[in-house]
Design a protein around this ligand. Structure first.
Ligand SMILES: *Cc1c(COP(=O)(O)O)cnc(C)c1O
Length: 440
């Protein structure tokens, strides 16, 4: 009887009804609930598209916050997760292991720089960063050395937990917690002019610094800010010479986003630690990974229990997430996917050329499947910039999910987007730019 009633209720759910019920009980991320626009109930995802409960479809060109690689509800990933769900859904990862975790670690390590030799599992990007920071800080501690400072980039974003917030650039996002964050020295992203002063800065701090954490080549949340491979390589070389551990946060850039499997594939210098999440499972299940060198790992081997890395999450190496990651990586390595990534990259680069002649566009840029440009706005680039909100609504009306970061408009599409679909998105961007040209 109860079940029948529930079914009846579900069938009569209208969009307004669901929005109302949502508002009564849910608190959404990065959302000012007082002034938020009506949120959209989604009932189905397929490939590039998301469908709302009134049948309208949207192109998800931000890959649902940069996580979806092969499109929504991918049948192969679904199949593999389903099989795993019927075999082993979860097991404590202290004292136990399972095939999907071993295989995933083996497969991932094969694709990373050869100094990456151990895998530590967690459940999201922020925790992957927390683990990396704890590895570096405790490394020093285990050797009886005190290193309390950390180096990070201005404008960095590494997540929302306290450690991750500490190493993220100071902004209004972290303002309320300012006094609770640990000591971080923020440096500029490298360019040929500032490399020597960065060298001096790092040299002077090297004894007190536990590690340097950075988003390689693209600072995503800061507004898709990009910097050069050679300059990052030079900076990494300085860190290596000064014996400062490097944590390369590939949470966003990993798994093909920048045109290569990892940004590590652009670099000759090797990081000591790497962080992954977002595209790791193709965007289907939450999972985080921190990999490290044996140098780091060995510093925790001891007969003294105090030197253990005391960190773990209930869902460490969850078998379902491992199965999703294995399936997603198989898809990623297929020639077809690799060709799609190159094609998107080529199309982006042509569109960047077109954008450079649009007067209301500044800093058109791209790397791999990531494209971004600034909408020229009088008040400067800022998340608060109202133009972002207006553009968001306009693109939604046109059936496209774009989420400008202030006046920075960007595309991070899933790799299954076709050439025609991408051209359609470009065309709409040009139309919207024309439509809003008198606004600023
Ligand atoms: C998104 C992001 C994180 C945080 O990941 P969550 O899963 O959202 O906690 C960390 N680092 C980078 C570079 C990111 O883009």
């Amino acid at each position: 009887m109860l079940l029948e009633n529930n079914e009846l209720e579900m069938n009569t759910t209208t969009q307004a009804n669901l929005q109302q019920r949502d508002r009564a009980v849910n608190w959404h991320p990065y959302t000012q609930m007082k002034t938020a626009d009506e949120i959209i109930p989604i009932v189905k995802g397929q490939g590039l598209y998301l469908y709302d409960n009134e049948g309208k479809k949207y192109m998800d060109v931000v890959s649902s916050w940069w996580v979806t690689l092969h499109g929504h509800a991918h049948p192969y990933i679904a199949q593999r997760v389903f099989e795993q769900l019927n075999t082993l859904e979860q097991v404590i990862f202290a004292g136990f292991t399972h095939e999907p975790a071993v295989l995933l670690s083996e497969n991932l390590l094969k694709l990373l720089p050869e100094n990456q030799e151990k895998v530590f599992y967690s459940d999201n990007g922020s925790t992957a960063v927390e683990v990396a920071l704890k590895m570096c800080i405790q490394y020093a501690h285990n050797q009886g050395v005190k290193k309390t400072k950390i180096l990070a980039f201005k404008n960095a974003y590494h997540g929302d937990t306290f450690g991750a917030m500490s190493v993220s650039g100071k902004s209004f996002w972290t303002k309320p917690f300012e006094n609770m964050l640990f000591e971080v020295v923020f440096i500029d992203t490298p360019n040929p002019e500032n490399l020597e002063s960065l060298r001096l800065q790092i040299k002077n701090l090297a004894d007190e610094v536990a590690c340097f954490i950075y988003e390689p080549l693209v600072q995503g949340a800061a507004g898709m800010l990009m910097y050069d491979v050679e300059d990052l390589n030079s900076l990494m070389q300085i860190c290596r010479e000064e014996k400062v551990f490097m944590i390369q946060d590939e949470v966003f850039t990993g798994f093909g986003r920048t045109g290569k499997l990892f940004t590590a594939d652009y670099l000759t210098e090797k990081p000591d630690i790497m962080c992954f999440s977002k595209g790791l499972t193709g965007g289907t299940m939450p999972m985080g990974i921190t990999t490290c060198s044996n140098d780091i790992y060995n510093a925790f081997l001891s007969d003294d229990r105090h030197k253990t890395l005391f960190h773990g999450h209930s869902f460490t190496a969850n078998p379902l997430a491992c199965a999703a990651a294995l399936a997603s990586m198989e898809l990623l390595l297929k020639e077809e996917t690799q060709m799609n990534i190159s094609r998107i990259s080529r199309q982006h680069s042509e569109f960047v050329r077109k954008l450079t002649v649009v007067p209301q566009v500044e800093n058109a840029r791209h790397i791999g499947t990531i494209l971004a440009f600034d909408f020229k706005a009088g008040s400067g680039t800022s998340y608060f910039n109202e133009i972002g909100k207006k553009l968001y609504q306009e693109f939604l009306k046109r059936g496209m999910i774009m989420r400008p970061l202030g006046n920075v408009i960007y595309l991070v599409p899933p790799y299954c987007i076709t050439s025609e679909e991408l051209d359609f998105v470009y065309q709409n961007i040009l139309e919207v730019l024309e439509q809003f040209k008198n606004e600023y």
